[in-house]
Design a protein around this ligand. Structure first.
Ligand code: NAI
Length: 335
């Protein structure tokens, strides 16, 4: 029997990878370009499962609809699951699976890219030389060697990023709810309190999940504890940062640089071409006006290797569900 999967947020690159990997699975894939939310949940009716991405909004109202269509599986093709009401899904008997690990290298390498680009002003140099302006004024950077980077969240991505930072000769301070002391010893890094990390880091990079505890972790309060001119990098989730507070920090100069692959209101903009419209999000517009801010549109995951792994694990998760096999990538509700 062929199961029908409604694949939301499907871009040409998703379709290419999923169609290739699906040759080994034989699902009926029905692609929708919209991200799943209450306005278009109807598109899921008739499907056996939905496959969604980072900007879907799967709250209890959407879950109720999915349940009424007889859908029993939500397959996230990403690691984070903050956009799905797991409690509501569990209550309705809908399973949620995800792709916990597809290429920590992709995200860690993008993190480093943002840091180096901001430090050495490559984004500005690119534009300047295109205009035959070969001046170096304003472009002085700093050696990464010997600087201190604070890593918040030392899971798969945080640890991979630490490997890159150590390769540059940086000092690493780390914070995690569950410190891995063996890793710290083997890699010559130090776990410290958040306050110590804020006070002593030249660069701070976020690799923890978005949870109730981490929402707006970076706010005016935490920024006030940081070094003057700190660089903040976020390739985690947008809501880890209170964007208006970050903007205040950038205006005052307290924050010297920000590299953002994610943004708290990204769902309205990221992954789509809005170039022929007026920007209505004043906060995003302000962020984009700073020459010491780089915004990328949630692309840290976007490598050939990661896309292939995402499709393979997603299909495997779906197959395991329909074959009643062990769901090793299930998201289990924790009260
Ligand atoms: P992971 O689960 O391997 O590691 C997360 C780490 O954060 C764990 O060590 C955990 O103990 C720690 N943590 C949890 N709560 C914390 C808290 N309150 N304070 C400090 N640390 C805490 O996850 P992984 O694979 O390293 O991914 C991290 C995050 O990166 C994901 O949750 C996701 O939001 C984001 N991500 C972003 C991508 C992008 O394209 N920009 C792609 C993939 C993931």
């Amino acid at each position: 029997m062929s199961y029908r999967i409604a694949v939301f947020d499907a871009k040409p690159y998703d379709r290419a990878t999923f169609d290739r990997v699906n040759k080994d699975f034989g699902f009926e894939l029905v692609y929708h370009k919209e991200h799943l939310d209450i306005n278009n949940v109807l598109l899921a009716s008739g499907a056996d499962a939905v496959c969604i991405f980072v900007n879907a909004v799967v709250d209890s109202a959407v879950i109720d609809k999915l349940h009424s269509y007889g859908i029993k599986l939500i397959a996230l093709r990403c690691a984070g699951f903050n956009n799905v009401d797991i409690a509501a899904a569990t209550k309705k008997g809908i399973k949620v699976v995800r792709v916990p690990d597809y290429s920590p290298h992709a995200i860690a390498e993008h993190t480093l890219t943002l840091m180096l680009c901001l430090n050495r002003k490559v984004h500005r140099a690119f534009l300047r030389t295109r205009d035959s302006n070969f001046s170096l004024v304003g472009f002085q950077g700093f050696d990464m060697y010997g600087k201190t980077v604070g890593v918040i969240g030392t899971g798969k991505i945080g640890k991979t990023a630490i490997g890159l930072f150590k390769g540059l000769g940086m000092n690493v301070l780390a914070y995690d709810l569950y410190p891995d002391t063996a890793f710290a010893g083997a890699n010559d890094i130090k776990y410290v309190s958040l306050n110590e990390l804020y006070a002593n880091s030249d660069i701070i990079t976020l690799h923890c999940p978005l949870t109730k505890e981490t929402e707006y972790l970076i706010s005016d309060q935490s920024i006030s504890k940081m070094k003057d001119g700190v660089m903040i990098i976020n390739t985690g989730r947008g809501k880890l940062i209170h964007t208006k507070h970050l903007i205040d920090g950038l205006i005052s100069g307290k924050v010297g640089y920000a590299g953002l692959d994610v943004y708290e209101e990204e769902g309205a903009y990221f992954y789509e071409d809005h170039s022929d419209r007026v920007m209505t999000d004043d906060v995003l517009a302000r962020l984009l006006s700073f020459n010491n801010v780089i915004v990328t549109s949630h692309q840290a995951f976007f490598t050939q290797e990661a896309m292939g792994n995402i499709a393979q694990t997603t299909m495997q998760n779906i197959q395991s569900f329909f074959e009643n096999k062990d769901l090793k990538n299930e998201v289990i509700y924790k009260a």
